[in-house]
Design a protein around this ligand. Sequence first.
Ligand code: MN
Ligand code: MN
Length: 303
Amino acid sequence: MSGGLRPDRDELLDRSRAVLLGGACGDALGAPLEFMTPGEIAARYGRLTDMVGGGWLRLKPGQITDDTEMTLCVARGLTTAGCWDLRAIADEFARWLKSKPVDVGDTCRRGIRNYLLKGELESPPNQWDAGNGALMRMGPVALFTLGDDNLMERCTVAQAHITHNHPLSDAACITYARMVHLALLGRSKATLRREADRLVEQFPTFRFDPYSGMATGYVVDTLQTVLHHFFRSPSFEECIVNTANQGGDADTTAAIAGGLAGAYYGREQIPRRWLKKMERRCVEELEDLAVRLVTLRHPTHLP
Ligand code: MN
Ligand code: MN
């Protein structure tokens, strides 16, 4: 671990749980708003702050979608294997796809089919693969690799490439994992901002200030939306609500924002009324997996 304060063990576990729980909250809150414009959302809900269900997928209140389900796949694959095991993750994706999920992104479906048909763990590079489908399931990788930036980069790119093989997706995923790491260690927003600014320096297309208002599934739009709202919102709840009410790929942007904001603000800041709407089994599994992931490489001590 590079210099700086060592976080208290309980605090780190608490922030770790909030990465996966926060992501699921964003997914469940944002899913009814998916593919709506901010104007349509305002006309229908004013400002949506509760898990109401519905939307184009006709969801139950608190129901999660592919964003959290694929995150669960990564987390289950890693914890079952007990180490970095890309095939274990791909097998979880395959099992999930066969379970007829409520929603599947096109690029994810293609990548998982490619694995099922050819056993290949890497999708070929594709200029159309710059969607947010790899970024949306990064929470478990960030937790598993905390304290080792090189390991994080390798694991991030490998898990992303099962379905998404594109340099902008890779860059977004790596920056996101680094920011989650810093947040888990209790670092300030100014420190996280430097990480975001480094990405913008390297890839100016990610510039999010001024914010364009585009919240599509294109990974550049997605990360801009997440960064804009994360840095401008004063609380976990505001960050997730603001991100979801931006519409577009609302469940996915809010899920990604939720993971980062969860790491930054911690479990206590997640509104109870949201957690109560979600399936209890799902909440418990996410918390259990988060703790196992962040301690997997450090069975006796934390990084
Ligand atoms: Mn979704
Ligand atoms: Mn989505």
